[in-house]
Design a protein around this ligand. Structure first.
Ligand SMILES: [Zn+2]
Length: 275
């Protein structure tokens, strides 16, 4: 089943890209549109019936499915293959699939505790005496801290929000620190949305530390390339160097890639207006 899901996501995603390429409009789709498309036609497939199969899915199977999401996030953000997976998820504000499906399973189980739920009998019945496979009952202990008595609509909604908030916080704390800043990065300023797609791609790549405009990236994949700045001839020519280059001094800092993307784009002579 999982292989089928992987293939289906991949095929749907590739089909979407092909359509865009054919119409020559693929570069005009911004990150948000591409992510919305992925969430609608790709991730919704992996989320389908998550409470039924998530608990019994092996680490290898999760890895296979996650690979599909990584490809989609790379396409949406424009980040390179070297980009760490954690950065992709922070950039796209998307949960890793395993954490996302775990969250959905908890929310479903919480709903089952309502007497009006069609599957209320699931939590009312005692589990079978011998259970070999993991299933949603394994989450009963975890869901208790979100369950209030009585579980009316207000308490249920608060429980759903609590599960979501904790899932996002857990995912963010599990990410490795950003390679450029050495800490967890701030949120990307909303002003970035006014920039053209290609400029946003460069900024996203610079935030990840791997950018096709940097010699540190090209030197990694081609030993003939020298990892030195073309302007001041010192190295390494990485994201940090752009803000410390003696040939082009600036008051901006690497953190401004997140906080002031428009000013950074201006400083780097990137396009500020769409074609
Ligand atoms: Zn330099």
């Amino acid at each position: 089943m999982h292989l089928f899901i992987c293939m289906q996501i991949g095929v749907i995603w590739i089909a979407t890209k092909m359509t865009c390429t054919k119409t020559k409009k693929h570069r005009k789709f911004d990150k948000e549109t591409l992510l919305t498309s992925y969430n609608a036609i790709g991730r919704s497939v992996v989320n389908y019936a998550a409470p039924v199969w998530s608990a019994n899915t092996s680490a290898t199977q999760w890895k296979n499915i996650q690979t599909c999401q990584n490809a989609a996030l790379r396409t949406a953000t424009g980040c390179l293959l070297m980009t760490p997976v954690d950065h992709l998820h922070e950039e796209a504000k998307v949960l890793p699939l395993r954490q996302h499906n775990h969250m959905l399973s908890l929310q479903y189980l919480l709903g089952c505790y309502r007497e009006s739920h069609p599957n209320h009998h699931m939590v009312d019945n005692s589990p079978p005496p011998r259970r070999v496979r993991k299933d949603i009952h394994d989450l009963e202990r975890e869901v208790q801290r979100y369950k209030r008595e009585p579980l009316d609509q207000e308490a249920y909604q608060a429980g759903l929000s609590g599960i979501h908030t904790d899932a996002v916080a857990d995912a963010i704390s599990s990410y490795k620190v950003n390679a450029v800043l050495g800490v967890h990065p701030p949120s990307i300023a909303a002003e970035e949305r006014q920039l053209p797609r290609q400029t946003r791609v460069v900024l996203a790549q610079l935030r990840s530390g791997w950018c096709s405009r940097l010699n540190s990236y090209w030197a990694r994949i081609n030993e003939d390339v020298r990892d030195a700045c073309p302007a001041c001839d010192t190295g390494p020519h990485n994201t940090l160097h752009l803000f410390n280059c003696s040939a082009k001094p600036t008051q901006l800092t690497p953190e401004d890639l997140w906080l002031q993307p428009v000013k950074v784009a201006e400083f780097l002579n990137l396009e500020l207006e769409p074609d």
